[in-house]
Design a protein around this ligand. Structure first.
Ligand SMILES: [Mg+2]
Length: 277
């Protein structure tokens, strides 16, 4: 695991010549990675900002009944408590707003408030998908070299609509929409497509969902932090050893960094590979 850290530091000091040493036409170039997988929300496009805006609007709606701090705290508690029952996504979020409103309004909740809450959810569900800078061209560039996979969690229809509206869905050879991203989830996906962990790359903004479980199965995890990442996604119950995963600052660094890994990481036969998380 220390080796990963050393590679990352070396790459930071490198002059990015490694990417220029290859072209997308090099047929052997992608031999190291069987799949390069991406998270979607807050890795490829804005998501948390939409949810935070909806939550702020909900708190304002509740201001006639309760102070903002209490409204926000009650909602947070109910939302987290409902995740195991309703799962992730705006439909779950909307149900939690209605449940929180019932608790906050103390019997005074009316049709006007429920209508306003439903409208908040609908606005998020139908909003344009806004890609992060350089995502469109970088994904197209990577898709010409590597087989790409999208692994996103949440409500299937909501995620499918966002992928369709993103305009980049066609670049992904495989799309997996899952209820949660645990070690078992990744093991199931790797088994389903007969992928080797040490040739599997996962890129995402969540330590809980995209990084820790991938490190645990012996995969290659690249952390792309986003300033508005939901606090729930930053919490995790495992130990993330420094150097067990990589971290990049900008999406457009990925082609250079993956190229660098190709040249630096040892290529091990799947039958003899040993992995540790
Ligand atoms: Mg994400």
């Amino acid at each position: 695991m220390l080796r990963m850290r050393q590679i990352y530091i070396a790459w930071q000091r490198a002059s990015f010549t490694c990417y220029n040493s290859h072209t997308c036409a090099d047929s052997d170039f992608a031999s190291m990675f069987e799949i390069v997988a991406f998270d979607a929300d807050d890795t490829l496009w804005h998501n948390e900002s939409r949810y935070q805006a909806a939550k702020q609007a909900f708190v304002r709606l509740m201001s006639a009944f309760q102070p903002p701090e209490k409204a926000a705290a009650v909602f947070d508690q109910i939302e987290l408590g409902n995740l195991s029952l309703y799962g992730y996504g705006m439909k779950s979020f909307t149900l939690s707003m209605i449940e929180a409103a019932l608790a906050l309004c103390e019997g005074q909740l009316g049709g006007r408030e429920i209508r306003a809450i439903l409208d908040l959810g609908r606005q998020v569900l139908t909003a344009e998908v806004e890609l992060f800078p350089h995502v469109a061209e970088t994904i197209a560039q990577l898709a010409a070299v590597y087989p790409l996979m999208l692994i996103t969690k949440g409500d299937a229809s909501e995620q499918e609509q966002k992928i369709h509206r993103s305009g980049i869905g066609h670049h992904f050879r495989i799309i997996e929409i899952v209820h949660d991203k645990t070690t078992a989830t990744y093991q199931r996906i790797l088994a389903k497509y007969n992928l080797s962990p040490h040739r599997f790359v996962m890129i995402g903004n969540s330590l809980r969902s995209d990084i820790l479980p991938v490190v645990r199965i012996g995969g290659i995890a690249i952390y792309l932090p986003h300033e508005l990442t939901w606090a729930h996604e930053l919490e995790h119950d495992g130990e993330l050893v420094e150097g067990s995963y990589y971290q990049l600052d900008r999406f457009e660094q990925l082609p250079s960094f993956l190229s660098y890994l190709q040249e630096t990481l040892p290529i091990t036969s799947p039958s003899t590979a040993k992995h540790s998380g």
